[in-house]
Design a protein around this ligand. Structure first.
Ligand code: SF4
Length: 326
């Protein structure tokens, strides 16, 4: 089979994080999938399209290393436990972005050895029983045909506020669509991941804190509901929906918006600490800027955030909060 048509890999970032409830290493691969097809469609319709996203108008290119080589480096050199298939634009389950045959071939190249978990990104409208079963079938290993790898499906929810998400950010889907997709993912034995964005300039410090907190509260409610509906469901002993908190920051040439001045390491640590105390959710705080080359706003306390990501120990957040006061 010709592998040259598979998307190449623009960058590989190795991070320490949780993998299936335990400390582990994740390889974040940014696939060169060209411009986001959702954003391109919105632009054709003369509608707003995620201008906050560094990748919303990424031009197609041949850049990158072959996918198989990147997987080899991640598994045999870096020896990671999980592979995250991030994208230069779009949804991995959108067949306009990556054709079904390509997706099947791509997933089939992920070796079975020590990889326990694969994460992919998608908008909610592409998350169906059929698309999830397709992915799970391709992640089933030869050694263990009845036990697919753990699948995580990440959705860019960004904010609890429907108006800001749909209209101001131009993402065009309501929080309920995320919950419906999370239900499909969970019912198929996979794990939903909610990407939440903080630092948006439409919020001040208080409303930004409330926004993250309300999103976490709804996700917690969803998890409890599933706990009642599905016998033997793992919640709350392990987290049913992972939350990944990303920081909004302007990328030159992409957006003219400035991040809210409240976006500091102490602010993010404080909000996450509050959520951790109230809900039993697993939270990852992103501290890298993927392929943008920009300095991340949390860089100053990157190591402490990484220790928190790996351990979920709030004492690392306390150290970041104290760092502001000293
Ligand atoms: S946020 Fe998602 S849907 Fe919007 S442009 Fe970026 S990749 Fe596309």
């Amino acid at each position: 089979m010709n592998h040259t048509t598979l998307p190449k890999v623009l960058s590989i970032n190795i991070v320490k994080a949780r993998v299936d409830g335990k400390p582990g290493k994740r390889a974040q691969l940014v696939l060169n999938t060209g411009e986001c097809q959702y954003a391109a469609e919105r632009r054709r319709e003369k509608r707003k399209a995620c201008e906050f996203c560094a990748f919303h108008d990424q031009k197609p290119s041949e850049h990158g290393i072959p996918f198989g080589d990147a997987i080899h480096m991640a598994t045999n050199v870096a020896r990671v436990d999980a592979i995250e298939l991030l994208m230069s634009g779009g949804s991995l389950l959108d067949q306009r972005q990556v054709a079904k045959e390509q997706l099947g071939e791509l997933l089939g190249l992920i070796p079975q050895s020590q990889i326990r978990t694969v994460l992919l990104e998608s908008r909610p409208e592409f998350i169906t029983n059929e698309s999830l079963l397709f992915v799970l079938r391709h992640l089933t290993t030869v050694q263990n045909p009845h036990q697919p790898m753990n699948l995580e499906v990440a959705i860019g929810v960004e904010t609890y506020d429907d108006h800001i998400r749909c209209e101001e950010l131009g993402k065009g889907f309501a929080f309920n669509k995320f919950l419906a997709a999370a239900g499909q993912i969970t019912a198929n034995g996979a794990t939903p991941v909610a990407y939440l964005l903080t630092g948006l300039p439409m919020f001040d410090e208080t409303s930004a804190r409330h926004d993250l907190f309300r999103a976490a509260m709804k996700i917690d409610e969803f998890s409890r509901l599933f706990g009642q509906l599905i016998p033997g469901y793992r919640y709350p002993t392990s987290s049913p929906v992972r939350i990944c908190i990303e920081s909004f920051f302007p990328v030159e040439g992409v957006t003219t918006l400035a991040a809210g001045s409240y976006l500091t390491p102490a602010f993010v640590a404080g909000v996450v600490r509050g959520i951790m105390e109230k809900f039993g959710l697993e939270i990852y705080i992103a501290t890298s800027s993927e392929n943008t080359g920009a300095q991340h706003p949390l860089t100053e306390f990157k190591q402490l955030f990484e220790r928190f990501n790996e351990s979920q120990d709030i004492r690392h957040l306390d150290a970041i909060i104290r760092g502001r006061a000293e």
